[in-house]
Design a binder for this molecule. Structure first.
Ligand SMILES: C[S@@+](CC[C@H](N)C(=O)[O-])C[C@H]1O[C@@H](n2cnc3c(N)ncnc32)[C@H](O)[C@@H]1O
Length: 252
């Protein structure tokens, strides 16, 4: 039986990798690397660097494939995502079918942790439910950008006995009336924090966490909002892409 490993590789620092992930890397004969087509191919470079640095088993193969871009559906966000997942399922099915020999193990290097805002697991389940091919799969957890954000700012994510929420910039923008207290925001393309001025919030913001280009800014949202927007825009312009995340927390 073929086996597929979803290996969490951390959020940017090659040293985020766990011992379990290193062992998994050394079990696979083939690695599937999805090229997201960023202008700066740093993310692709990090994945190949991880393979070179940690794999001691000889003769592994790397298959880089172009990851289909999600096309927004003007009528329904959900439908756009659905169509994109189907396209990716067809691609994954072909990769596992054609690139893995019977009894071989393949690995997907998943950014951060596979359980957090990543569709690889859902897509593998979709491939299985299509019924054309069979394989076993396992998930190896990784250090997520949320953990990297908390570590770099040297903060606990929750306050004593309180809950935390993890959401997306898109959802946060839809919930502008919501009572944001202790919320981590990811996938924010439009600085949604700007809609939360004047509410006594503190922000802990981080971009390119764990990489050589890491940027950290923290302070009262009302005071640092414009600064973050400026730094964010410039960084995106300079590098061609940005990955940032932040925690919004009510001031005590
Ligand atoms: C598709 S999600 C993947 C999350 C990933 N599975 C994880 O565990 O962190 C991508 C989002 O994660 C956040 N992210 C991932 N890596 C990051 C990094 N190195 N620095 C800042 N944010 C990061 C950003 O909010 C980005 O838009």
């Amino acid at each position: 039986m073929k086996t597929v490993l979803l290996i969490g590789i951390g959020a940017g620092d090659p040293e985020h990798i766990t011992v379990q992930a290193i062992n998994a890397l050394n079990r696979a004969q083939v690695f599937f690397i999805l090229d997201k087509g960023y202008a700066d191919d740093e993310l692709l470079r990090l994945r190949t660097e991880i393979c070179q640095r940690y794999i001691t088993a000889p003769g592994y193969r790397i298959v880089v494939v172009h990851d289909p871009q999600r096309k927004a559906d003007p009528l329904s966000y959900q439908r756009g995502v659905e169509r994109w997942h189907e396209q990716r399922a067809v691609l994954f099915e072909r990769l596992i079918d054609e690139e893995l020999r019977p009894d071989e193990t393949g690995g997907f290097l998943v950014w951060g942790d596979p359980s957090l805002y990543d569709s690889t697991l859902r897509i593998l389940e979709r491939v299985l439910s299509r019924g054309a091919i069979a394989f076993d799969y396992q998930v190896i957890p990784g250090i997520s950008s949320v953990q990297a954000l908390a570590a770099q700012h040297r903060i606990p994510l929750n306050r004593i006995g309180e809950p935390i929420q993890i959401t997306t910039g898109r959802r946060l923008a839809l919930d502008e009336g919501a009572n944001v207290d202790n919320t981590v925001v990811m996938l924010d393309a439009h600085s949604a924090f700007e809609g939360f001025l004047g509410r006594g919030l503190h922000i802990y913001w981080g971009a390119y966490l764990g990489t050589d280009h890491e940027i950290l800014i923290a302070g009262e949202l009302d005071e640092v909002c414009e600064h973050i927007k400026h730094v964010r825009q410039k960084a995106r312009q300079d590098r061609g892409w940005i990955m940032d995340a932040y925690l919004l927390r009510k001031l005590d």
